[in-house]
Write a protein that binds this ligand. Structure first.
Ligand code: NAP
Length: 353
């Protein structure tokens, strides 16, 4: 380990986003305390151990459940920086309170209260989301120049409508409330838009990110792709933003991390341009009237309200703070899409024509 390597905690370390944060930390020679709910599931931890073996840093695994009070005490001991990423990213749930809100909100309280009780902690980096700022693309219009910025809070999600966004909003608000009760550590939040990019784990990730990408790649949208406004960030850029938020002395506050204001149709067409000769990549427009007609029958999430507020509506966010204060240089969207598609090919998720 490098002489100036620090002990750092990453919660939910086996996840899609967290794995790239762990990689970055290990490359710099830090000692990562990695938590997961079940560390005996080797298919989830082997890739992280391998990264540690090949880098300057080291990794130790700890078991911790977000819902169990005190669960993070051992893992956090002697850590200077806490990266709290663990939180469910799923959109189809049976019980939104139990499956999303409780782990997000109670988990954030649990981890940050533990940080208050752990004298070594100097900084907490919370993986929040642009979802804590908006529910539907139309919400971007509330921001200055029709763009989301760090002053905007989501006030439209609820337990019944886009509960994932609600879970991220409640969790980030709770984090700021707890941060305000102490002056031992500084809180910095990273608020990424939808993240695409290759996963480090050998299996195609369970993250909702890749479930959404899969729809673009596996032909399931063959009847047409809706022009749903969305923001995209590359997983490697998102990991870099977390790293900088942890180590840059003047990193502060909320930070939008989003490389591109785009929409689903534009992305499908970019993927089709590169891979369409060999793979069946959907790229025709699903018109708004058709979505009103059949959307709710095809997918529970595509309600009339969703169609009205997202289809043919521009999604825009201002990422200038992340460029200026976290030194992020965003990758081209084509590169992110291409690298994700290549991995989907390798893993047999997309089949040749
Ligand atoms: P992911 O691969 O599904 O990771 C979610 C992580 O949360 C897993 O490591 C999981 O741990 C952990 N987790 C869930 N419930 C838990 C519980 N009760 N106790 C302990 N750990 C629990 O999804 P991801 O995309 O990487 O998401 C990671 C974070 O990034 C989340 O905070 C998400 O909101 C945020 N984010 C993601 C995106 C995106 O587009 N992917 C965009 C913005 C923000 P186990 O290994 O134990 O299951």
């Amino acid at each position: 380990m490098m002489a100036d390597g620090k002990k750092v905690l990453v919660t939910g370390a086996t996840g899609y986003v967290a794995s790239w944060i762990v990689k970055r930390l290990l490359e710099e020679g830090h000692h990562v305390h990695a938590t997961a709910r079940n560390i005996s599931q080797k298919n989830k931890t082997t890739h992280l151990q391998k990264l540690a073996d090949e880098s300057l840093g080291e990794i130790s695994f700890f078991e911790a459940d977000l819902l169990q009070e005190g669960a993070f005490e051992k893992a956090m001991k002697d850590c200077e920086i806490v990266f709290h990423t663990a939180s469910p990213f799923i959109t189809v749930v049976k019980d939104a309170q139990k499956d999303l809100i409780d782990p997000a909100l109670l988990g954030t309280r649990n981890v940050l209260e533990q940080a208050k009780a752990t004298p070594s902690v100097q900084r907490v980096v919370l993986t929040s989301s642009c979802a804590a700022m908006y529910t539907d693309a139309i919400d971007c219009q509330k921001g200055p120049n029709g763009e989301l910025d760090e002053s905007i809070w989501n006030d439209t999600a609820s337990l019944d409508y886009q509960p994932y966004n609600y879970s991220k909003t409640l969790a980030e608000k709770a984090a700021w409330e707890i941060a305000d009760t102490q002056d031992q550590w500084k809180l910095v939040t990273i608020n990424p838009s939808l993240i695409f990019g290759p996963a480090l784990a050998p299996e195609f990730s369970k993250s909702e990110s890749l479930a959404i990408f899969k729809q673009l790649a596996d032909g399931s949208l063959s009847t047409g792709v809706p022009r749903v406004g969305i923001g995209i960030s590359d997983i490697r850029d998102a990991a870099e933003a977390h790293y900088q938020a942890g180590f840059k002395p003047n990193a502060s506050g909320r930070n939008i991390v989003s490389g591109h204001n785009t929409n689903m149709l534009e992305m499908a067409r970019l993927v089709h341009e590169k891979f369409g000769d060999q793979y069946k990549v959907p790229h025709s427009l699903a018109p708004k009237w058709l979505l009103y007609l059949v959307g709710p029958m095809v997918n529970k999430v595509i309600t009339w309200k969703f169609v009205k507020n997202n289809v043919d509506v521009e999604w825009k966010a201002n990422n200038s703070k992340s460029i200026k204060e976290l030194d992020i240089t965003y990758r081209p969207l084509e590169e992110t899409l291409s690298d994700t598609f290549e991995q989907a090919i390798q893993q047999g998720i997309v089949k040749p024509k």
